[in-house]
Design a protein around this ligand. Structure first.
Ligand code: FES
Ligand code: FES
Length: 182
């Protein structure tokens, strides 16, 4: 905000021309055009420019959920968002989760008779994990209908849906045991 006072020269604060995005807890500054072009997607910025390769770009058109990250607490498709639109926002990629995160653990452990594994090739897994994380942060004990609704935009071409649903249930139980919804 411009400031002035008697006997001092009036100064006008110049708005910052940089794009600032908080990624996994650290603010990054980007120069428009040089670092981020107007048409660059957030998924491209994260994967190709910054090396957050946990998110996958499978369809690149909003149809599979593999590129899901969390923006300001909500799961979003990073292939459908321009990088410039993330200016001032906070992003969490799967690399930003703790290794002992209950959701990560539940997906890694899931191989139960009757439900099967939560992952085979693993391409879809980071996206499912991030949507599950966002869901359980808001709703730590979701019904199965709520789980299906939250994960409905994701495709698992290996067909691990039963195992994935069971992993979400186990993640919810782990969070309840820890009393931790962070
Ligand atoms: S890669 Fe973004 S939804 Fe498929
Ligand atoms: S585990 Fe292969 S696509 Fe889901």
């Amino acid at each position: 905000m411009p400031t002035s006072s008697k006997g001092t020269k009036k100064t006008v604060a110049k708005p910052s021309s940089h794009i600032k995005i908080k990624i996994n807890g650290c603010w990054h500054n980007f120069e428009p055009e040089r670092d981020i072009t107007p048409t660059m997607t957030l998924s491209y910025l994260l994967r190709e420019k910054l090396g957050y390769t946990g998110l996958k770009v499978s369809c690149d058109e909003g149809g599979c959920g593999a590129c899901t990250v969390i923006l300001d607490g909500k799961a979003i498709l990073s292939c459908m968002m321009l990088a410039v639109a993330a200016n001032g926002h906070e992003i969490l990629t799967i690399e930003g989760l703790e290794k002992n995160d209950p959701v990560v653990e539940a997906f890694a452990e899931q191989c139960e008779p009757g439900y099967g594994t939560a992952l085979q090739c693993g391409i879809c897994t980071p996206g499912f994990v991030m949507s599950t994380k966002a869901l359980l942060n808001e709703n730590p004990i979701p019904t199965m209908a709520e789980v299906k609704e939250a994960l409905s935009g994701h495709i698992c071409r290996c067909g691990c849906y039963a195992g994935i649903a069971q992993a979400v249930t186990h993640a919810s139980e782990k969070i309840a045991r820890k009393g931790d919804v962070s």
